[in-house]
Design a protein around this ligand. Structure first.
Ligand SMILES: Nc1ncnc2c1ncn2[C@@H]1O[C@H](COP(=O)(O)OP(=O)(O)OP(=O)(O)O)[C@@H](O)[C@H]1O
Ligand SMILES: [Mg+2]
Length: 503
């Protein structure tokens, strides 16, 4: 099935998210879609899948114009979208999720679970998905949940699959497996639209690349002949540097001292197993590890989101082991959380409210019972300018920002105030290359100005390019430490430590 978007325009108030877009999607082909945060990629795909109606233009399937009145029409026509935020029911099984909402049609007046399980097995086999139909969603890692979303649209006979930043939440190993699935979909004649901000991924998997800027298609290219630098420039409109500039290494006093802490998960499993380390002023400490080895829990313990069972955390000579989030914040701790939707923002609040979510009570924004709104607005507008949060106004709800711009809003709030220690988890998740360059620069500024910085990232390259020192977590413990000052970091050795192989 071939699909064509012709002259598509979509406006949200003053924003033209898609501006006369023409795009062709062909059966048996992976189309890579690239563009800055807010360029209009998700909007375009929401139109293609029937979620939004365009203001102008039309969609043609195999040459015939179609009209979608809602997402049901999109999937009925064979166009299925896998959103970045999964829409699965956690307490249901895979098979139950897959059949959810499929209306009985024709002679078949009900769809029994046995049939669903059989069909799930067939689809599994055909595309190498390897998902157990009887598993509960809540027990599955993110990478497998994503496959369930893919299963769902295949079950509904999708011929065109739209994958909006599917790799943002995957580990490198999961990305490899995911690419295998994408290839088998393509080889079976499906059309795949793949959105990512990772240039090496788009070069590795696409047959054709389209670049979007300011709502328009500004470039089309062949992944065989394009380089990452060329792609970056096509996207951002200027050359992008992938190297992080850093000042001389001048570590100062110890700011954070973590002493033998143990953190338990809800089910009493040990997540952080007697971990000790310190962070000094003026240094970046990277925490590497395969997802699920205790990094998230360690960060939640440091920032006051998880309880510490034993051991002690000292910050600026205060025992903060059991201190509240606000106390830590007051002492100068900034936190960029790994999951911005869970603990970084309130989508239903305006951008300006989100910008002061953790500081509205401070003297600069409050005089006792009253919030100084003009000051809040002025500050929020300035933050948005500094961090290039693309929005016509800070009065907009945060939910209406594009994914990457939501991330920039959270990072701006955390980095713009006076801090001593910046704890950044996946700080550039979902950001375009230009924004990554800027955020990396800001993190380095914090370090050069004497802050301590902790970076957790699933991208080993990101950790290696930012850190002065790298700690590796495996199975809840810190199993290795690498010094980036003495000489270049050894990626292989870090990788081995991450895999639990003792040096
Ligand atoms: N529901 C909405 N209401 C108002 N504005 C919106 C809405 N959805 C998107 N926009 C605006 O449309 C523009 C394009 O957003 P879109 O989400 O398509 O960008 P994107 O290319 O997917 O970016 P990202 O890489 O950050 O995900 C942005 O300026 C965004 O703020
Ligand atoms: Mg998007």
């Amino acid at each position: 099935m071939d699909v064509e978007l012709r002259g598509i325009t979509k406006r949200f108030g003053p924003v033209t998210a898609n501006d006369n877009v023409n795009l062709t999607i062909r059966a048996g082909e992976v189309l890579g879609l690239l563009g800055e945060n807010g360029a209009g990629k998700s909007t375009m795909m929401n139109i293609l899948s029937g979620l939004y109606a365009p203001d102008e233009g039309e969609i043609l399937i195999d040459g015939k114009p179609v009209r979608f009145e809602g997402p049901g029409d999109g999937i009925a026509a064979g166009i299925g979208m896998v959103h970045q935020h999964f829409m699965l029911v956690p307490v249901f099984t895979v098979a139950e999720n897959v059949i959810l909402g499929v209306e009985p049609t024709g002679r078949l007046d009900y769809l029994d679970i046995a049939t669903a399980r059989r069909q799930v097995r067939d689809i599994n086999e055909k595309y190498g998905l390897q998902v157990n139909p009887d598993a509960l969603i809540e027990d599955l890692p993110v990478g497998i949940q994503q496959r369930v979303e893919i299963l769902k649209v295949l079950f509904r006979s999708a011929e065109v699959l739209i994958l909006d930043e599917p790799t943002a939440v995957l580990t490198p190993q999961e990305v490899e497996e995911f690419f295998g699935i994408v290839k088998s979909l393509r080889d079976a004649g499906k059309a795949v639209v793949f959105i990512t901000h990772k240039l090496h991924e788009i070069l590795a998997i696409s047959d054709r690349i389209n670049v979007l800027r300011g709502g328009r298609i500004t470039g089309e290219g062949d992944p065989k002949s394009l380089t990452e630098n060329q792609l970056a420039e096509m996207m951002v409109g200027r050359p992008v540097s992938f190297d992080v500039a850093r000042g001389p290494f001048k570590p100062g006093d110890t700011l954070l001292e973590v002493n033998d802490i143990v953190v338990l998960r809800d089910n009493d499993e040990v997540a952080v197993d007697h971990v000790s380390f310190h962070v000094r002023s003026g240094e970046v400490v990277g925490i590497a590890g395969v997802q699920g080895n205790g990094q998230s829990e360690l960060i939640e313990a440091l920032t006051g989101l998880m309880h510490v069972s034993s051991g002690e955390i000292d910050f600026l000579d205060n025992d903060i082991t059991h201190a509240s989030v606000r106390e830590r914040h007051r002492l100068g701790m900034a936190h960029i959380p790994e999951d911005r939707h869970k603990s970084g923002m309130i989508g239903n609040f305006t951008i300006y409210e989100n910008m002061v979510l953790d500081s509205y009570y401070e003297d600069r924004f409050s005089n006792g019972p009253n919030i100084k709104w003009p000051e809040v607005l002025r500050t929020a507008a300035q933050y948005a300018i500094d961090f290039d949060v693309r929005t016509p106004s800070v009065y907009l709800k945060a939910d209406n920002l594009s994914g990457g711009n939501q991330q920039k809003m959270v990072v701006a709030r955390e980095l713009e105030r006076v801090t001593k220690l910046v704890i950044a988890s996946q700080p550039t998740r979902g950001l375009d290359v230009g924004s990554i360059e800027y955020i990396h620069g800001r993190l380095m500024n914090s370090r050069d100005e004497g802050d301590g910085v902790i970076i957790v990232s699933s991208e080993l390259d990101e950790i290696m390019s930012l850190s002065d020192r790298v700690l590796v977590m495996f199975d809840g413990r810190i199993v290795a430490e690498f010094d980036a000052i003495a000489g270049p970091l050894d990626k292989n050795a870090i990788g081995l430590a991450m895999a639990g192989v003792a040096a």
